[in-house]
Every structure is written in C-alpha cells, then in structure tokens.
Design a protein around this ligand. Structure first.
Ligand code: UT7
Length: 322
C-alpha cells in the first residue's frame, strides 16, 4: 500500500514587521486589546513589489532543500491561496514556471484558512492512488492586499507569509487521514463580498476587502474544531494522549487554547505562531509546522494533528506521522 509522507518543510515571511504599536497609529485600537483578544503581537507584511508567488517560491525552495529533492523530482504542485497573483493563470502555474518545471499538474485550491489542509488532503489522495509520487503542497497568502487598513475589526488580525511541504510516496504513513468539510450557509459571516463574476461595471475603480462578523465566527470555529478533533481521533481509533503535537490554524490564541483543552493537551504541545505571524490564512498551518520542525520540537515519528477553520465556512484536519 502506498502512503504519502512529508519529507521536507519550508516557509517564508516578508521582511517588514508591523507591530501592534504601528497599528495603534493607524486605527482606534490598542496593543492591550489586540494581545488580550487575539494573542497577536506582530505580523509580517509584503513589500509593494512582492506577490503571493514570491513567498510561495521561497517556501517551496526551502522545503525542497529540506527534503533533499530537486525541482525535477516534482510531479504535482498545489497552492492553497485566497490571494492569487492573478485571476488566472493559477499561482501554482506561475510557481511551476518560476521553478522551471514543465508538464506536471499544477493548480490552486481556494478554501481560505483551511486551504492548506484541503491541499494536503488532495495531494495525499493523488499519491495514494498513484497519480503522483512527489508533490509540492503550499499555503501562501498576501492577506494585507485584501484588508481594509481603516477597519480595526479586521486589520489587526491578518498577516502575510507562506509555508510548504514536499509530500512523497512511501511504504509507511505519513498522512493517516484527512477530514475536509464546508458549509456555504455561513458565507456571509466571513467574506470578501465581490469577485470577478459579481463585480459592477465600474469595479476597476473599486476595491473590496475582508468583512467578518468576528464573534459569530469565533463561536462556530471553537465548536467546530472541537468536533473535528473527535472525528479525527475516532477515524483512526486513537486516544487524545496519542497526539504528540497540535499544529492548528493561527487565527486567535483563544480558539487554539479551546482546541488544546478539548485534547486535554498542554500548550507546551501546541505549535503557536499567532503572536508573531497573526492570521496568515492558508499559510498558517504549514508555517507553524515548519517552525516546529526547524526548532527541533517536532521529530520524525511524532503524531501531529493539523486543523483549520475559515471562510466558507470550511474546516478540516489531517492526522500525520511526521
Ligand atoms: O481565520 C478564519 C477564522 N477567523 C477567526 O476564527 C476569527 C474569529 N474571531 C475572533 O478571533 C474574534 O471574534 C475577534 C478577535 C475578531 C474579535 O474579538 P471579540 O472578543 O469577539 O470582540 P467583538 O467583535 O465582540 O468586539 C468587542 C468590542 C466591540 O466594542 P463594543 O461594541 O463592545 O463597544 C468592538 O467594537 O471590541 C471592539 N473592537 C475593538 N476594540 C479595539 C473590535 N475590534 C477592535 C480593535 N481594537 N481592533
């Protein structure tokens, strides 16, 4: 039987750091409010000339190096992003060109903050059924480009970044299971209200931004992530104590703490980056994973629970032996 195994991780953060103090100078907020309600102290923001594919490429090269693989080994590229460089071609195709790869399948996945977990689940299935042997799976975002920097209810929350993994065919797991869900009933609670097919004629002059009913999203996110922990453990016949590391989506430290409580897990076993990265949407889980691997906390053979929740609503998890 063929499984998919993570053989390398990588990430990239833009150079510019925007602190809570910087945001205090932009909107009516305070460092104390942001830290107490979200856990965020700072976030990284792209330079004017940087695009999502720049971050994706750097994270991808970093993951390839960690996996000791060359670009020529890659036979599938999936980029999870809500902030593609262009309407089309996909950011995955732009990245493929930059990496100098030609011919392999390359496509984007749009599941907002759950995007990387969706991408990992899809790549896992490609590998298990023999359609690919060595995939680049990336979450990359420039959320700062779709944020209204005068709206204090959203602009304090988000940041830019990218994370990547190389996922390879292996005789041993790897990805044990992935659990992907969505409910479009909640679309209005967290969205960018217009896109290519719903824009008025004069859209060229109008920009649209992330809008969120934060406390309603918070309530559904907390309950839903609790349920997906149960679903993931049950599907694999595991107990809470079998999980070595929780690698959660980094939207809010209070949501992360609630999921850790559900797992009866100390925060010492949770990879937390929200304080330094803010919410980087599809990039947050692979960024946290790479952080945990590179600082030596996550070791080969550890059992990881990856989970995320985001616009759609979408939510998902993956159980992975690293
Ligand atoms: O990644 C995708 C999923 N996204 C999430 O999971 C985000 C989920 N939501 C959250 O993380 C939280 O709901 C927020 C951090 C967005 C907001 O925290 P909250 O504790 O739910 O605050 P709230 O929206 O209920 O607002 C409480 C108060 C309001 O003032 P009043 O009406 O009580 O006077 C807001 O106007 O806080 C005010 N407020 C702020 N004050 C200072 C909202 N934003 C700010 C701000 N600075 N930046």
């Amino acid at each position: 039987m063929t499984f998919a195994r993570i053989t390398g991780t990588g990430s990239d953060l833009p150079e510019k750091v925007l602190t809570n103090a910087d945001i205090e100078a932009m909107v009516d907020t305070s460092d104390q409010w942001i830290r107490e309600r979200t856990g965020i102290r700072q976030r990284h923001i792209v330079a004017p000339e940087e695009a999502t594919s720049d971050l994706a490429e750097r994270a991808a090269r970093c993951a390839l190096e960690a996996a000791d693989r060359r670009v020529g080994d890659i036979d599938l590229i999936i980029v999870a992003t809500t902030t593609p460089d262009r309407v089309f071609p996909s950011t995955a195709c732009l990245l493929q060109q930059r990496l100098g790869i030609h011919g392999c399948a390359a496509f984007d996945i749009q599941a907002v903050c759950t995007g990387f977990v969706y991408a990992l689940g899809v790549a896992d299935k490609f590998i298990r059924c023999g359609s690919a042997r060595c995939a680049l799976v990336i979450g990359a975002e420039t959320m700062s480009r779709i944020i209204d920097w005068t709206d204090r209810s959203t602009c304090v929350l988000f940041g830019d970044g990218a994370g990547a993994v190389v996922l390879e065919a292996s005789d041993e797991p790897g990805v044990h299971s992935s659990h992907l869900h969505a409910d479009g009933h909640y679309a209005h609670l967290l969205h960018v209200p217009r896109g290519s097919s719903t824009a008025p004629d004069d859209v060229g002059a109008v920009r649209t931004f992330v809008e969120m009913k934060g406390n309603e999203v918070f309530r559904v996110a907390t309950n839903t992530l609790g349920r997906i922990v149960d679903e993931t453990l049950a599907a694999n016949n595991l107990n809470k104590s079998d999980i070595d590391w929780l690698v959660p989506h980094q939207a809010n430290i209070r949501i992360i703490e609630a999921t850790a409580r559900k797992l009866k897990m100390s925060l010492d076993n949770v990879i937390i980056t929200v304080d330094r990265h803010g919410n980087t949407s599809a990039a947050s889980v692979p960024l946290a994973l790479d952080q945990g691997v590179r600082d030596g906390r996550i070791k080969r053979g550890d059992m990881l629970l990856l989970e995320a929740f985001g616009g759609g609503f979408t939510w998902g998890s993956a159980l992975v032996t690293y």
